[in-house]
Design a protein around this ligand. Structure first.
Ligand code: SF4
Length: 138
């Protein structure tokens, strides 16, 4: 479920940071060219995907060293244009933040439990299932 928990400010690509960030600063120290902090919440995000071997190695240090495994490297296995994202607005309001993110992908409700979230994701998938038959003949 991590991909649904990607921070909305991550730029699409292989690497992203999810909501498990505890603001320890490690990944930003390792990869200042690629990862920065959203000062409003003390949350890291990938603002530029690595382009050189050095940058990839620096971000990988963050992936390997993050104490909460919040820096993820499976972004290239997901569809950034289509896959839903959790409602960070709701999530952050729990902490008295009033913020709005512009996202172009479907937003699924923030759920209190992993199970509730899994069900919400299943519902979304069922409602958005592609029908090849329909695509071929409609
Ligand atoms: S290493 Fe992990 S916990 Fe620390 S700032 Fe980066 S994403 Fe956040």
């Amino acid at each position: 479920m991590n991909f649904a928990h990607r921070y909305p400010l991550n730029v699409p690509g292989k690497f992203y940071v999810d909501d498990q960030c505890t603001d320890c600063d490690l990944c930003r120290e390792c990869a200042p060219n690629n990862i920065r902090r959203d000062d409003r919440f003390g949350q890291s995000y990938v603002y530029k995907q690595p382009e050189t071997d050095e940058e990839v190695a620096a971000v990988m240090e963050g992936v390997d060293g993050c104490p909460t495994e919040a820096v993820r490297s499976d972004g290239d296995q997901h569809d950034w244009d289509r896959e839903p994202i959790i409602d960070w607005t709701t999530s952050l309001r729990r902490f008295d933040h009033d913020v709005h993110f512009e996202v172009t992908v479907p937003v699924i409700p923030y759920e209190e439990t992993v199970e509730e979230e899994r069900l919400a994701m299943e519902r979304w998938k069922a409602e958005n299932k592609k029908s090849w038959w329909k695509e071929l003949f409609s």
